[in-house]
Design a protein around this ligand. Structure first.
Ligand code: SF4
Length: 343
């Protein structure tokens, strides 16, 4: 077993071999200032704390972790909604830190966003036709026939057909699965290069979860899309992700190919997540039967050393609570931030 430590504070970068990155996340920190009324600065919420990875064109990755691990803040910074405190996001060779308003508008046309709650994501007073037309109008597609052509095409791709049956409907007239198909069609309508999908099936009935995951997979393959799939549920990642990044308390603690991680998970936190996982069509009660003991730590004052040490059954006394582990590489391309894998 050959262990490889990194010599950078932010950890070793993993990339897909032989592929140019579409997105490069470089030592990203997203911290929010806490201010107490009358007393000023009261600390920082370290939501994302030194995250680095590359995402190739046409590649799908999953970022997995419990609520409060920082994955939503990571996602929002990739969407350009949160400004990084430190580090940068490079998209198609351009640095987001250098974007002006016009460039940010261009970026938003290249990135599609699929929300967790389709009903909350769709304006209740707009018809499907209007919902899908709006991004095209905002992007300056002036020709009405061209807008209609793209709306019909997007609806066909998400299998909302015949289109005429749905165009004049309002969101409340659709099932949860149909609402999510509208959200996906809206994300696809500008023909993006990158899709950020935030728990896209967690609020759907078990019967439609797999259908939506398969739909996302086929869109990714047909359009050579890069996808960042944010989820708490390891059971769903193998449907269309090639690599998994496990996130805990603002950091990526394990990065591997999907089959590598499912066959040989290394980090004690990943073991706990896997033990809590069942089929994607199971209900939530069975999915969380064995969650890691204790609560995720405060991101205002995270534990010293390894942030998982207060919950870790394998913590090494005198080391884990003091020293933050770097990334080790016990097998090629499989990185884990845990002292158990030090040579
Ligand atoms: Fe557990 Fe120590 Fe590994 Fe952290 S570094 S996961 S506390 S064994």
């Amino acid at each position: 077993m050959s262990n490889v430590t990194t010599n950078t504070a932010e950890g070793k970068m993993v990339s897909s071999p032989n592929k140019q990155p579409l997105v490069s996340i470089q030592n990203l920190r997203v911290w929010f200032e806490l201010r107490r009324f009358g007393f000023g600065h009261a600390g920082w919420v370290r939501a994302v704390d030194g995250v680095s990875f590359d995402l190739a064109a046409g590649e799908a990755i999953a970022v997995v972790g419990e609520s409060g691990c920082g994955k939503s803040s990571l996602m929002k910074s990739i969407l350009g909604l949160y400004k990084p405190t430190e580090g940068d996001i490079v998209f198609d060779g351009t640095r987001m830190s250098e974007y002006d308003r016009a460039k940010m508008r261009w970026y938003h046309s290249r990135v599609g966003y699929i929300q967790q709650d389709p009903y909350g994501a769709l304006p209740p007073f707009m018809t499907v036709a209007r919902i899908l037309e709006e991004p095209l109008i905002v992007a300056g597609v002036k020709d009405k026939a061209e807008r209609e052509r793209r709306i019909f095409k997007a609806m066909e791709e998400v299998k909302l057909t015949p289109q005429e049956d749905f165009l004049s409907k309002f969101p409340h007239m659709l099932s949860g699965g149909q609402q999510q198909r509208v959200v996906i069609a809206r994300a696809m309508i500008m023909e993006p290069k990158l899709i950020v999908a935030d728990e896209p099936v967690s609020m759907l009935d078990a019967s439609v979860r797999v259908e939506i995951l398969k739909l996302l997979r086929s869109l990714q393959e047909n359009h050579n899309l890069s996808v960042i799939y944010i989820t708490h549920d390891l059971a769903t990642v193998s449907y269309f992700s090639e690599r998994i990044f496990v996130m805990y308390a603002g950091k990526l603690v394990e990065k591997a190919k999907v089959q590598q991680l499912l066959r040989n998970a290394l980090h004690p936190y990943t073991h706990a997540l896997l033990a809590a996982t069942s089929d994607p069509d199971a209900d939530n009660a069975t999915r969380f039967r064995d969650v890691p003991p204790g609560e995720p730590p405060s991101l205002v004052k995270p534990p010293t050393g390894c942030r998982f040490h207060p919950r870790c059954p394998k913590a090494i006394a005198g080391l884990c609570e003091k020293e933050d582990p770097p990334d080790f590489e016990p097998e090629p391309g499989h990185l884990v931030a845990c002292w158990l894998y030090k040579e």
